[in-house]
Design a binder for this molecule. Structure first.
Ligand code: CAA
Length: 263
């Protein structure tokens, strides 16, 4: 692949968007590769995915403005669907996805980060939806996910003003979970990913499904969904091993829980 690097470290995968000449901006070719890279993840082996950008300046500086400048209405809508389909695939990937935001996360970059389960960023990160300054709306989910992640009022402020915010403001409004010096960002993402990978994979996946699908429902239906997903965990290999380990009288001191096998 020309624009995506992909590597695994144990049960953690790291996907890096790498298009240095455009600060990792997303054109059709990058989106196509991103889609193929997500499809190629071995979900029997990988328990957590980290998405980041190459270099020290930018996560993703948005959708490619040069490519978009030539689009017709129909092509614009199709381009939005291409991005939305890939980002929805990331959002609904069975395993957790951490965005390690290492610089500019503007437009499609912020939208990519928002399709991930968890966002952490470096101190030089900059977030924003600059689209109204370009004569368009966000097109890869920004009008929808931003209002769900931060308050609708703050989301509208960012959308209408097209103003960028820095890392600590993103932390304050809950857009990111933590801010690190740049050199500590990827190690922190890997540490969190390893902690996720250490837990029972069936249960972790079930939590993602319960939160994501529950957020779309009213509370009565959401609670019923949780009951179903909770029940589905019982009799699984993970539940049997996990609870047996806890109840085992002769377990080694310091062992946190059962070693969970790949599924
Ligand atoms: N599309 C295409 N090229 C881009 C790009 C983008 N989104 N962002 C940066 N680049 C290119 C620049 O054109 C420049 O290329 P050249 O060297 O060939 O001129 C190169 O990357 C480096 O960028 P700058 O020289 O501008 O770097 P800078 O440090 O001065 O500024 C920046 C950095 C503030 C991120 C600035 O590049 C910028 O404002 N980029 C555009 C950000 C933006 O508006 N993103 C939203 C796009 S719309 C969108 O994403 C719609 C959607 O929802 C789908």
């Amino acid at each position: 692949m020309a624009f995506i690097q992909y590597e695994t470290e144990g049960q953690v995968a790291i996907l890096t968007i790498d298009r240095p000449k455009a600060l990792n901006a997303l054109d059709s070719a990058v989106l196509k590769e991103l889609d193929a890279a997500i499809d190629a993840i071995d979900l029997n082996e990988v328990r957590c995915l980290i998405i980041t950008g190459a270099g020290e300046k930018s996560f993703v500086a948005g959708a490619d403005i040069g490519e978009m400048s030539k689009l017709t209405k129909a092509e614009g809508e199709a381009f939005g669907k291409t991005g939305n389909d890939v980002f929805r695939k990331i959002e609904t990937l069975p395993i957790p996805v951490i965005a390690a935001v290492n610089g500019f996360a503007l437009g499609g970059g912020n939208e990519l980060a928002m399709s991930c389960d968890i966002r952490i960023c470096s101190e030089n990160a900059v977030f924003g939806q600059p689209e109204t300054g370009l004569g368009i709306t966000p097109g890869f989910g920004g009008t929808q996910r931003l209002a769900r992640l931060v308050s609708p009022g703050y989301a509208k402020q960012l959308l209408y003003t097209a103003a960028n915010i820095k890392a600590h403001e993103a932390l304050r409004i809950g857009l990111v979970n933590a801010v690190y010096p740049l050199e500590e960002l990827l190690p922190a993402a890997k540490k969190m990913a390893a902690q996720i990978a250490f837990n029972a994979p069936i249960a972790v996946r079930a939590c993602k499904k319960a939160v994501n699908e529950g957020l779309e429902l009213g509370m009565d239906d959401a609670i019923a969904l949780e009951e179903k997903i909770f029940g589905d965990c019982f009799e699984t290999e993970d539940q049997v091993a996990g609870m047996a380990f806890f109840l085992k009288k002769d377990k080694q001191k310091g062992e946190k829980h059962a070693p969970y096998q790949n599924k």
